[in-house]
Ligand binder design. Structure first.
Ligand SMILES: [Zn+2]
Length: 137
């Protein structure tokens, strides 16, 4: 059986996983937040965590440490006990995405938390790359 070059290319493309064909589909979600008294409410907090494929509580822990203010998660929204501008919240969410979601090697979002020889890591399902899961402190 013989293949022409174009046919080979065609076949190679056909067997590529769908997500590798569309690397730029992912966008970091933007927080819809507002300040109410001394609190900041992030209305779409649950959605943001879902887009990232992360536990809302992990994202919340990151935010309250970064913002140095206590906060809660009510199953849908996050409430931070400090008045914070939306731009600041979005900057923190971007930082979170870069550290914990987007692959440090290929930049794709197809990553998950797992373990390697007892160490917690973030692993990329798209390229196989991984990096140590940085502890929030
Ligand atoms: Zn990757």
């Amino acid at each position: 059986m013989e293949f022409k070059y174009e046919e080979l290319l065609d076949r190679a493309w056909k067997y590529l996983p769908e997500k590798l064909k569309n690397p730029s589909r992912f966008r970091i979600p933007e927080a819809i937040s507002f300040v109410e008294g001394n609190q900041t409410i992030i209305k779409n907090f649950n959605e943001i965590a879902n887009v990232f494929g992360r536990e809302p509580r992990h994202l919340l822990l990151f935010l309250i440490k970064e913002l140095a203010a206590p906060g809660n998660y009510d199953g849908k929204r996050a409430i931070i006990n400090r008045a914070v501008r939306r731009e600041v919240i979005n900057k923190k969410i971007e930082t979170y995405a870069k550290e914990y979601v987007l692959c440090h090697e290929c930049g794709r979002p197809d990553t998950r938390f797992t373990e390697l020889e007892g160490e917690k890591i973030v692993k990329c399902d798209a390229c196989g790359g991984w990096w140590p899961l940085r502890k929030i402190k």
